[in-house]
Design a protein around this ligand. Structure first.
Ligand code: ADP
Ligand code: MG
Length: 337
């Protein structure tokens, strides 16, 4: 492990809840014509999620955000590296856990999806969508089931009378609240929210973001908040990690990343973001990144961003930049620094 990596993992006074250590997730893909190729969806990621923090994970589609999120909670195994979950009671490698331990981890590690229909059967009654997972974890007492359901309903601002409705009868906002209520049933330590507000319109988005903020405060839960929208990350996240083709290319407090973006890719994302504070516009360099994100099976050599970067230098084409500490909690992997 390099010195930078060590300092990155240890570099905060806050206690780590989840630590990615040299995590790789590779997929093998068969081309329609031709041989199999390897996709490096997550490529040597070192990252720490602190207790109670909301870590925003941003980047274009295809950058590996969902894969990293799934790996955080063990839905996807790492090809190599460790994913250490440590909450004071237990300390385990999520990526190597199985059997009873894996089932136990389900209580601590939860996920909310973009489309609640993908995780909740629309033809079920709302009450059952909450009762069934509780029973699966061994909660059988009727009074306890009722009490826990009412408590989480209250937390997400849903009225009791919809418990008897079918899921398909709910509005988009109500459905997303039900899916949040569902993950809260178990007092999770870490919730991965994967584009959880992307399908909601602006006013609902604000409501759901407020609920998530409140939950993180009331429950002390950490969030890995995945979004392709910088403006959403700015509102919700304590820190922001920017991902490009499997790598974390910039990391820092929201303040640092939004008002002092270092990586040309982050600058381009911010510049393209319509609802970021207009007074910051002149902080962002005018950057027009070229083309689209390269094919997932043919990552560029050196700095993977070099094929689109307006500041590309000779060494960018061959040498991989490390995620380097700049100041405060700000890190960047770019040869400009
Ligand atoms: N199960 C899978 N099998 C093969 N390739 C996958 C699989 N899941 C993701 N990928 C590939 O990994 C890369 C990253 O995908 P993903 O994690 O979904 O990114 P994001 O969430 O940032 O859009 C993409 O190129 C995607 O096609
Ligand atoms: Mg995704």
């Amino acid at each position: 492990m390099s010195e930078t990596t060590k300092s990155l993992l240890a570099g905060s006074t806050k206690e780590a809840l989840l630590t990615f250590e040299n995590v790789n997730v590779f997929f093998s893909k068969k081309k329609f014509f031709g041989p199999r190729s390897q996709i490096k969806a997550v490529d040597n990621v070192n990252l720490r999620i602190a207790k109670g923090e909301i870590l925003g994970l941003v980047g274009e589609s295809g950058s590996g955000k969902t894969t990293l999120g799934r790996t955080a909670i063990g839905l996807q195994r790492a090809t190599s590296g460790k994913v250490i979950f440590s909450n004071g009671e237990i300390s385990v490698d999520v990526s190597a856990s199985k059997g009873k331990q894996w089932k136990e981890l389900r209580k601590y590690l939860q996920i909310i999806f973009q489309d609640p229909f993908s995780s909740i059967d629309p033809n079920m009654r709302v009450f059952d969508t909450l009762r069934i997972p509780l029973r699966a974890q061994g909660v059988k007492d009727h009074n306890e089931i009722e009490e826990r359901i009412l408590r989480v309903f209250n937390e997400v601002g849903l009225p009791q009378d919809i418990l008897n409705n079918y899921v398909f009868q709910l509005s988009g906002g109500q459905r997303q609240r039900v899916s949040i209520a569902r993950v809260l049933l178990f007092n999770p330590s870490l919730v991965v929210a994967d584009e959880a507000v992307s399908m909601l319109d602006v006013s609902l988005k604000g409501d759901i973001l407020n609920i998530i903020k409140k939950i993180s405060l009331n429950f002390g839960a950490s969030f890995l908040f995945i979004t392709h929208e910088m403006a959403v990350a700015k509102v919700i996240a304590d820190r922001i990690a920017v991902m490009y083709l499997g790598n974390i290319v910039e990391l820092g407090s929201s303040e640092e990343v939004i008002s002092k973006p270092l990586h040309p890719y982050t600058q381009a994302l911010l510049q393209a973001s319509p609802s970021i504070d207009p007074s910051l516009k002149d902080v962002y360099r005018t950057i027009n990144i070229k083309g689209e994100i390269p094919s997932s099976s043919a990552h560029p050599s050196g700095c993977k961003f070099h094929t689109r970067c307006p500041f590309v230098m000779e060494k960018c084409k061959t040498n991989v930049p490390e995620l380097k500490h700049i100041e405060g909690s700000h890190y960047v992997s770019c040869w400009l620094y």
